[in-house]
Design a protein around this ligand. Structure first.
Ligand code: SF4
Length: 229
């Protein structure tokens, strides 16, 4: 079976920073080099996420069932959500318009409505987290009915959780995201490395793991990264 998706949440977020980095993520991710600080941030993020998931003792880990076979997540998720009553899933997979997203925590309530939680180990609700939630909402809202809330869970500067519902904001971005997704997919279908040179965008919001490659292969400057369409 051919792959059902072109973009994932992380590749979309990468594309907002730089389409060349997104291209590498899709076609040549072995070029990525993460510094120790970034790897430590990933680890701390996973630990914080695990501590939030532990507050749902009835949660079912879809990743434990579907493993590394990403194409299986949406069907496995749909099968689990078909059960009556409350269902809580971790790493629930959803697919729409060739975009695959995995949501940290999805709760289907007794009345069939949904609350979704994306966990971020930061005391600030940064724009990149809002974009992260917005692309997830774009996909998930086409897969389930009656989303009650779409929440970012971040830390309170200590070990507590702060839950902020940004559903209204996500809904406002649907059309913009649709246009951007089509733009990213069209670019990836060309299978041509975008000609972009390193600049200020390479460290915002995250240090780019392909910087060593771009600095070594000093490609001619062609245009600024496509962050808006
Ligand atoms: S180093 Fe900069 S230009 Fe190169 S892929 Fe990363 S963000 Fe893009």
């Amino acid at each position: 079976m051919s792959k059902q998706y072109i973009l994932t949440k992380s590749k979309y977020i990468r594309g907002l920073q730089c389409v060349k980095a997104m291209y590498f993520d899709v076609f040549n991710s072995r070029l990525a080099h993460y510094d120790p600080e970034t790897l430590a941030r990933f680890r701390q993020g996973r630990e914080f996420e695990a501590s939030y998931k532990a507050t749902y003792p009835n949660g079912i880990a879809v990743d434990a069932l579907a493993g590394k076979f990403m194409d299986r997540y949406p069907q496995k998720t749909a099968d689990l959500l078909a059960a009556p009553g409350e269902v809580v899933l971790f790493e629930a997979g959803f697919l729409y318009n060739e975009v695959l997203v995995l949501a940290d925590v999805v709760r289907k309530n007794d009345d069939g409505t949904f609350d979704i939680f994306e966990v971020k180990n930061n005391s600030q609700l940064k724009d990149v987290f809002r974009n992260d939630a917005a692309i997830q909402h774009y996909v998930i809202s086409h897969c389930v009915n009656a989303i009650n809330s779409f929440n970012i869970v971040h830390n309170d500067g200590d070990e507590g959780f702060v839950v902020e519902d940004i559903l209204a904001e996500c809904r406002q971005q649907m059309s913009e995201i649709d246009t951007r997704v089509e733009s990213f997919k069209a670019l990836l279908r060309q299978k041509t490395e975008p000609a972009l040179s390193p600049g200020a965008h390479c460290d915002t919001p995250y240090p780019c793991p392909y910087r060593w490659y771009c600095e070594k292969n000093n490609t001619p400057f062609a245009s600024q990264p496509v962050t808006e369409v």
